[in-house]
Design a protein around this ligand. Structure first.
Ligand SMILES: *Cc1c(COP(=O)(O)O)cnc(C)c1O
Length: 249
């Protein structure tokens, strides 16, 4: 591991840096609340999950202590690497990046929810491991609403079959659907993807395929979370607007 490994303890966080994170959090929360109200809902209807990839545990700690207890990691390695440093804080860790089958065991040790379930083989593997652990996990079906980047997410037309299969895995507690816009898309370019996810969710619930309580829609990032809320998001995933630009060096 190099010294720039994001899971390594960083230099002590200054009071100014911590204060900036709190200010950013308050701003995101207030914008999310306004957007929720504008769409006829309340702030309680929209959760803010923090996308914490590359961010050191001490910054995440500031956010959790400020009341933002939903944390999303993209990489299993980061999820595992920061878990000990955050273990004393009540929070809910989600995996929001792609999951390889060989990382399922590590993931289940630390994640409360897996937002990237997009194929039956993966779901089967998770379910078998949960049988062994006698445990459950929350999950979202990730849908590739933009259709262009085929790397992750199931095609919208195949989502119904996957959701139906998941009903056979009671240890996977389906909370709803998740989507990611293509990087570099403008807010207006991304909007149809968010509308499509909401429409898919509504039609799968109406058809009795998606359980009636699995109403979550995880969509929207720093650049477009207000628009995602306007389209029905119940959970937005924000990173850079809270923690600043990511350092990938
Ligand atoms: C990084 C990331 C986000 C947040 O992106 P920002 O633009 O930093 O807010 C949301 N969802 C996923 C899956 C991500 O990887």
């Amino acid at each position: 591991m190099s010294s720039t490994d994001s899971t390594a303890p960083s230099a002590e966080l200054s009071p100014e840096e911590a204060a900036a994170i709190r200010t950013n959090l308050d701003e995101v929360a207030s914008k999310a609340a306004s957007a929720a109200e504008a769409s006829g809902r309340t702030s309680a209807d929209v959760k803010v999950l923090l996308a914490t990839k590359t961010q050191p545990a001490d910054k995440i700690r500031v956010a959790i202590e400020h009341g933002f207890t939903l944390i999303g990691e993209n990489k299993v390695q980061e999820l595992v690497g920061k878990a000990d440093a955050l273990a004393d804080l009540a929070h809910e860790a989600h995996l929001i990046g792609p999951l390889q089958k060989n990382k399922v065991n590590h993931t289940l040790r630390h994640a409360h929810c897996i937002q990237s379930v997009d194929n039956l083989e993966l779901a089967t593997k998770i379910s078998k491991r949960l049988d062994f652990l006698d445990d459950t996990v929350g999950c979202f079906v990730q849908v590739n609403t933009s259709r262009e980047d085929s790397k992750s997410g199931i095609a919208p037309e195949d989502a119904e079959a996957l959701v139906a299969e998941l009903r056979g895995f009671p240890r996977l507690q389906l909370r709803g659907l998740m989507t990611i816009g293509l990087p570099g898309q403008s807010a207006e370019e991304i909007r149809p993807s968010y509308a499509a996810l909401r429409e898919l969710s509504e039609s799968l619930i109406a058809a009795g395929v998606l359980p009636a309580e699995a109403t979550e829609l995880s969509m929207g990032m720093s650049n477009d979370f207000e628009l995602a809320i306007a389209e029905g998001a119940t959970m937005v995933r924000v990173g850079s607007s809270v923690f600043g630009a990511r350092d990938y060096t």
